[in-house]
Structure formats: C-alpha cells, structure tokens
Design a protein around this ligand. Structure first.
Ligand code: GLN
Length: 285
C-alpha cells in the first residue's frame, strides 16, 4: 500500500465510504493528523510525505477500528466542544454540537455577578467547562455518577486551566448539601427510550447506555432532575434540560405540573425541539 499522505487520504476515504462512515474524508484527515501529531495544514503542505513504519502501523490499526464502526472521537481520544479540545473516553457520551445550544441558552439565563451553576450528568465536563470558560466570575459544579467521568472532567478542566469549575461523583443531586444555592441548573441527561432503533446505529452503539437510555419513554431522569431541582435552585433560578426532538411537550408538562413558570422550549441548529427551560420562583414546596 502506498504511504504518501495524499494516497493514504484517497484510499482510506474510499474504504470508509464502503464501511458506511458518513464522514469519510474528515475521518481520514483526523486519523492521519492524530498519527502524525500535526495540524490539518500539514497534510495539505506535504502531500508527498511518506509515513514511516511505526506511523503506518499505527494508522492501519486505528483505521481498522474506524472501519469496525468505533467513533472517531474515542479512537483519537478527543472532541472539540465550544472550541474547547476535550478528552473523551468510552465511559462518557461524545459531546454533540447540538448541546452547544444548551450552553448558549444557559449563558443567557445566568445572572450578572457572582453565582453558582450546576451541570448534572456532566460526562466529559463539556457543558460545565464551556459555561465556566465564558463566565470566569462564577463557580460551576459538574456531577456525574461515574467516577471515571469525574476524573476525566477534572483532567479536562486542568488541561484547559478552567479553575472556576469542580466535579463531584454521585447520583444527580446526592453529593450536594440540601440548600437553594444554584442560579442555573443545566443537564443533558439520558433521554432515549430503550426500544429506540437509533441506539443500534452509528456512534451511539459504542457510547455508555447509562448516558443515553432512561425509563418511562426516556423521561424518568428529566422528571427526577425537575422535581428535586426545586430544592437546589435559588429564587428565580432556571432549570434547562436537553431532550429528544419529540419530547418538548412532555417536558413542558412536567415542569408546569411541578410549579415552574415561564416554561418554554427552544430548537437546535436543525430547527428541532431540543432544550426546555423553566423558572423556579422559590416558593415553599
Ligand atoms: N442526542 C443524543 C442522540 O440522539 C443523545 C444524548 C442524550 O441521551 N443525552 O444520540
């Protein structure tokens, strides 16, 4: 097999098309940059450059994993979110571009001045770190059930020197002291129904089920977060949650029945319902 950058890009793209990747060119570029430890511009500048034996062996091994369907983010161990390069691992969901919408909406709701924000089910720490990077004057706490995710999120915060963030391990609110302390609570919880055929296609096959699937048609965790969130939100605090594109009405009903006000749903970049939010006035429960 030829080993020049140009030939490898062509050949691997063709192989990945056959293997069913929906981003064959990009996959080839990302793999090659990873193996060479160079930026994308290098591939264009040196198309005739040959890979040495160890680079070629590494490239072939990684390509075989991609051909077998493994997500590119797990293979290279990194994914960019909100322009932050984040380490990812199979113990966490791979951050999605649509989740940046949740970050945008949360930033609009965070009041001026010192306050605290909570990110539930933080995974890589993507949402918490994006918010903390934009609002260096506030403190952001991320919680995840999995200690591996908490270690990864902490590592990401250290690599990016985002010091106004901290990460705790436990189920939803359990690591916290019970008091109304957060101006905003955000979450991208599991919300997919176990029977959804989407779960056996593409990248999601390799992601942790615990980060994807919830009981009660995917609404069980959204309900728990909404119900218990009332005890942790400061007066006039906001809860914002990502959800499936067909769950907007159900999530609005949950929030309204629990006494949240100004309940509304916003769309993702494809125009689909994706984030529902509500304000908790702080009345006694
Ligand atoms: N939106 C993701 C998907 O459909 C799921 C993310 C989640 O469950 N929180 O793959």
């Amino acid at each position: 097999m030829p080993r020049s950058i140009e030939c490898l890009l062509q050949q691997t793209s063709a192989q990945l098309v056959t293997a069913g990747s929906n981003s064959p060119q990009l996959d080839s570029v990302v793999l090659l940059c990873h193996v060479l430890d160079k930026p994308r511009s290098y591939l264009l500048t040196w198309p005739e450059k040959q890979l040495d034996d160890s680079q070629f062996e590494m490239f072939s091994t990684l390509l075989a994993r991609r051909i077998a369907g493994e997500p590119i983010a797990y293979i290279v161990g990194e994914r960019e979110f909100w322009s932050l390069p984040l380490k990812v691992s199979p113990s966490t969901l791979i951050p999605r571009p649509d989740t940046e919408r949740l970050v945008e909406l949360a930033l609009e709701k965070i009041p001026l001045g010192k306050c605290q924000v909570l990110d539930l089910g933080t995974g890589t720490g993507a949402i918490a770190l994006a918010i903390a990077s934009e609002r260096t004057d506030i403190m952001v706490t991320g919680i995840d059930l999995r200690p591996e995710a908490v270690a990864l999120a902490t590592e990401n915060s250290q690599r990016l020197t985002i010091t106004n963030s901290c990460f705790l391990s436990g189920s939803w609110y359990t690591p916290l002291t019970l008091q109304p302390q957060f101006a905003v609570i955000v979450s991208n919880p599991p919300y997919i129904d176990e029977a959804d055929p989407h779960l056996i296609e593409g990248d999601v096959r390799f992601e942790p089920k615990s980060a994807l699937v919830a009981e009660d048609n995917g609404l069980a965790d959204i309900r728990l977060i909404s119900e218990q969130g009332r005890q942790y939100l400061s007066p006039n605090g906001w809860l914002l949650m990502e959800h499936g594109f067909e769950q907007g009405a159900a999530v609005r009903t949950i929030l309204e029945q629990l006494g949240y006000v100004q309940v509304s749903t916003s769309q993702d970049y494809a125009g689909l319902d994706r984030v529902t939010m509500g304000c908790w006035l702080g009345d006694h429960l």
